[in-house]
Design a protein around this ligand. Structure first.
Ligand SMILES: Nc1nc2c(ncn2[C@@H]2O[C@H](COP(=O)(O)OP(=O)(O)OP(=O)(O)O)[C@@H](O)[C@H]2O)c(=O)[nH]1
Ligand SMILES: [Mg+2]
Length: 328
C-alpha cells in the first residue's frame, strides 16, 4: 500500500493529470480504507515541499458570469505561461453530480487546454464534507504544479466562508445592478472579499456596471480597515468576461496584493491560521460522524426514546451519552 501511494504521489508531482484525477477521487471517497490512503498521500506530498500555488476563491450568485469569467481569466493566465486548476464547492451538487461539469460548454477552451484542469464539486450532502475534500483537492493541485487554483462557489450562503478558508485571495463577482441598492450582498461576504469584480461591464450594461462598482467601492470604504490589506484594498473594479476586458488588470491587482501580503507575512499567517481552522474542522467532523455510527447511534436512539417519554431530562440524557462516548 505504501509503495502504491508513493507511486501515485510521484506521478502527481510530475503533473500527470490522470494521476491527479485519481488522487482527487481517492480523497473524495468516504470509505475508511480510502480515507487512510488519502491521508497518507496528502502527507507524502506535503513532506515533499513542492511549489506553492496561488489559491483564489471565487463566488457569485447564479448567472453573474462565474463560468464565463473562469474561461476568459483562465485562458488569459495560460497565455501568460501559467497552469490553472479549477475546483468547485457546491453543497447542492449531491444530485446533479457537480454543477461545473455541466458547465463545460461555458468553459470550452479551458476544458480542452492541456494547461488547465477542471474538476466539479464532489458529490456530498454536507457542506463540511464537500469542503474538506475540496481543500485536499487544492493541496493535490498545488502538488501537481498548478500555478493558480481557482475555487468556485455559488454565492448562496455558508459556502463562501468555507471557500475563503481555503483561499489566499477571495474574489466576489457581481453583475451590474438595476437600481442603486446593493445587491443583497451580506455584510459577512463583503468583509471577506479582497477584490470585487463587477462583470458584464460592456454594451448597454456598461454605465450600470460603473454605478454598481462605485456603490461597492463606497461600501468597502465603510468597512473596518483590515491589517492584511495594502493601500487601496479591498477594491472594486469593472470587467467584461465576454469582451475579455479588465482581466489582466484584475490579475495585476491580485499579484500586487499577494506580493504585499507575502512581504508583510500576512500570506503565511493566513495559511497557518487556515491549517488551524481545518484541524478543528477535522476533529468536529469526526466527532459528528461518530453520532451516525454504532454503537453511538443506538445509544442515541435509546436515550432519545427515554427523553421523549419523560423518563429523563434532555440535559441529563446528553450528559450520560457523552460519558458513554468518552468511556469507549
Ligand atoms: N454581457 C455580458 N454577459 C455576460 C458576461 N459574462 C457572462 N455573461 C452572460 O451571463 C450569463 C450567465 O453566465 P455564466 O458564466 O453561465 O454565469 P454563472 O455565474 O456561471 O452561472 P451559474 O453557473 O448558473 O451560477 C450567460 O448568458 C453569459 O453569456 C459579460 O462579461 N458580459
Ligand atoms: Mg456557472
Amino acid at each position: 500500500m505504501a509503495d502504491d501511494i508513493d507511486d501515485l504521489a510521484d506521478r502527481v508531482t510530475t503533473g500527470d493529470r490522470r494521476a491527479l484525477a485519481r488522487a482527487i477521487t481517492l480523497v473524495e471517497s468516504g470509505r475508511d480504507d480510502h480515507r487512510t490512503r488519502a491521508a497518507a498521500l496528502i502527507e507524502a506530498l506535503r513532506t515533499r515541499d513542492g511549489p506553492q500555488a496561488l489559491r483564489i476563491g471565487l463566488s457569485g450568485t447564479p448567472g453573474v458570469g462565474k463560468s464565463t469569467f473562469i474561461e476568459s481569466f483562465g485562458m488569459m493566465l495560460i497565455a501568460r505561461g501559467l497552469r490553472v486548476a479549477v475546483l468547485a464547492v457546491d453543497p447542492s451538487s449531491a444530485r446533479s453530480g457537480g454543477s461545473i461539469l455541466g458547465d463545460k460548454t461555458r468553459m470550452e477552451r479551458l476544458s480542452r487546454d492541456p494547461n488547465a484542469f477542471i474538476r466539479p464539486s464532489p458529490a456530498q450532502s454536507h457542506l463540511g464534507g464537500v469542503a474538506r475534500r475540496t481543500r485536499e483537492a487544492v493541496a493535490l493541485c498545488e502538488a501537481a504544479g498548478f500555478d493558480v487554483v481557482l475555487i468556485e462557489t455559488v454565492g448562496v450562503g455558508q459556502s463562501e466562508t468555507v471557500v475563503a478558508e481555503m483561499s489566499d485571495l477571495f474574489v466576489l463577482l457581481l453583475a451590474p445592478a438595476g437600481g442603486d441598492e446593493l445587491q443583497g450582498v451580506k455584510r459577512g461576504i463583503m468583509e471577506i472579499a479582497d477584490i470585487i469584480l463587477v462583470n458584464k461591464a460592456d454594451g448597454d450594461l456598461k454605465a450600470a456596471a460603473e454605478r454598481t462598482r462605485a456603490d461597492y467601492a463606497g461600501a468597502l470604504r465603510l468597512l473596518r480597515k483590515r491589517p492584511q490589506d495594502p493601500e487601496g484594498f479591498p477594491k472594486a473594479v469593472c470587467i467584461s468576461s465576454i469582451e475579455e476586458r479588465g482581466l489582466t488588470e484584475a490579475w495585476d491587482d491580485m499579484c500586487h496584493l499577494t506580493e504585499w501580503r507575502r512581504e508583510t507575512g500576512h500570506f503565511d499567517a493566513r495559511r497557518a491560521e487556515q491549517a488551524r481552522y481545518w484541524f478543528g474542522e477535522e476533529v468536529r467532523q469526526a466527532l459528528l460522524a461518530q453520532l451516525d455510527k454504532e454503537p453511538v447511534r443506538g445509544i442515541m436512539e435509546d436515550y432519545g426514546a427515554r427523553v421523549a417519554s419523560g423518563e429523563v431530562t434532555p440535559a441529563i440524557a446528553a450528559h450520560e451519552v457523552l460519558r458513554l462516548i468518552r468511556g469507549g
